[in-house]
Design a protein around this ligand. Structure first.
Ligand code: SAH
Ligand code: AVI
Length: 393
């Protein structure tokens, strides 16, 4: 079991665990619970690295990368230990065409802080709208869920909306799951102050992987909580896979309270993802800083700009980082080049109509039993139940 000390110790533990997993295909575990001894799955790293683009293998590019090396965070004498899954995703993502890096890597400590800043922006309607729906309908939600459930939150972040749910549903325990470990611990400390009698079992890990809930929750009914429209950051197959995995983790008869952002005019959507103060741009560009810091990258961050686009066919906001000039750099010693105008695709944020959202849930065995929205219909909050899929007629 990995001890949970400072960030460096934890990353080292995760790294060891990943090596163990590669060797023995074992599930790795660590605990970060204040209730002592309860185990929880921690970030079993994937090692599905894709080979580098052979077109970039020439020494001319290596020379260009060295010549172009800008003053970067990697100049730090003692860079933090890298998560092997982060390294694999970045190297594969920069090698494929179109270039794309999974959005979950936004969330180092700085990324989590920047996301919190985003939630307070006037243009970012999602957070305040969802919170207003939760406040207005907490009693209805509680009467449909019933008391005494263990609340399991996926991508809990600051847990800022959680008190609204915990106060309403009289939970038996709370299990926040997040990939952003330091931030998770700070959020838990704050919740412990607010709910001193509530058992809290945080899990630092990737909710896309198999999760094992603490054994003490074995016989407790569960309520999954997945707010913020984080489900929108996955494409439909990945979203269905995740919802199915949640079904398996939580079990038949469990409930899931999920926030899903709705399709709306582009004039509202674009500013929400490209705000006037440039906070979303900083959030997006922080991914490059993180690569430089943790993977020994030499990316000249100032040669990239934040781009947010609406893709109507796919019903999604896309975030990209666009090169404003031809750039060459290296990551983890591997050379890369990006021509002016080309982008790294960093995030999708899918938006759903109410029927699409319900269909998505049903596709994964979740039957909607309650639904709430705001007056303008900007955002949907759905309560669903894990039922065995009925036989088709
Ligand atoms: N639930 C909060 C935060 C949403 S931001 C809210 O509604 O405001 C998305 C959160 O999910 C971040 O805290 C991020 O660290 C976490 N996250 C993103 N991908 C994840 C993954 N694959 N596994 C675990 N946590 C993830
Ligand atoms: C976490 N997730 C739901 C946010 C979203 O709206 O897609 C992340 C985000 N990206 C840019 N702004 C906020």
């Amino acid at each position: 079991m990995a001890a949970v000390g400072d960030a460096r110790t934890r990353r080292a533990a995760v790294r060891e665990d990943a090596a163990t997993e590669r060797d023995a295909n074992a599930v790795t575990r660590a605990a970060i619970t204040r209730h002592g001894g309860t185990s929880a799955l921690v970030n079993p790293a994937r090692v599905d690295s894709t080979p580098a683009d052979p077109a970039l293998a020439g020494s001319a590019q290596v020379d260009a990368a060295l010549a172009d090396a800008a003053p970067v965070d990697s100049a730090l004498a003692d860079p933090p230990l890298a998560d092997p899954a982060f390294r694999a995703d970045v190297l594969a993502g920069l090698s494929r065409r179109p270039r794309a890096i999974p959005a979950r890597w936004f969330y180092d400590r700085r990324g989590s802080e920047l996301f919190e800043d985003i939630t307070r922006l006037p243009e970012y309607y999602l957070t305040r709208t969802e919170r207003s729906i939760l406040s207005a309908h907490a009693a209805d939600i509680a009467s449909l869920t019933g008391p005494g459930r263990a609340v399991v939150e996926f991508g809990s972040g600051s847990s800022a909306k959680t008190p609204l749910v915990l106060s309403a549903v009289a939970p038996s325990a709370y299990v926040p799951i997040d990939i952003s470990g330091e931030f998770l611990r700070d959020s838990v400390a704050e919740l412990e102050r607010q709910f001193p009698k509530l058992p809290i079992h945080p899990i630092e890990g990737d909710f896309l992987h198999r999760l094992v809930l603490p054994a003490t929750l074995a016989n407790q009914p569960r309520l999954g909580f997945f707010p913020g429209s984080t489900i929108g950051n996955m494409n439909a197959p990945a979203a269905v896979d995740l919802l199915r995995a949640m079904w398996e983790t939580l079990g038949e008869g469990s409930k899931l309270l999920i926030g899903i952002d709705r399709i709306k005019p582009v004039s509202v959507l674009i500013p929400a993802y490209d705000d006037a103060q440039g906070v979303t741009a900083e959030f997006n560009l922080n991914l490059l800083h993180r690569i430089n810091r943790e993977l020994g990258g030499t990316i000249p961050v100032s040669a990239f700009r934040h781009v947010a686009r609406w893709n109507d066919t796919e019903a999604r906001i896309e975030m990209h980082l666009e090169a404003t000039r031809d750039v060459s750099f290296s990551v983890d010693g591997r050379p890369f080049a990006i021509s002016k105008g080309k982008t790294i695709h960093t995030e999708n944020s899918y938006k759903y109509g109410p029927r699409d959202a319900r269909l998505l849930l049903r596709s994964a065995g979740w039957t909607p039993i309650g639904e709430w929205t705001d007056r303008a219909g900007l955002f949907g909050l759905i309560l669903a139940e894990a039922r065995a899929v009925p036989a088709a007629p």
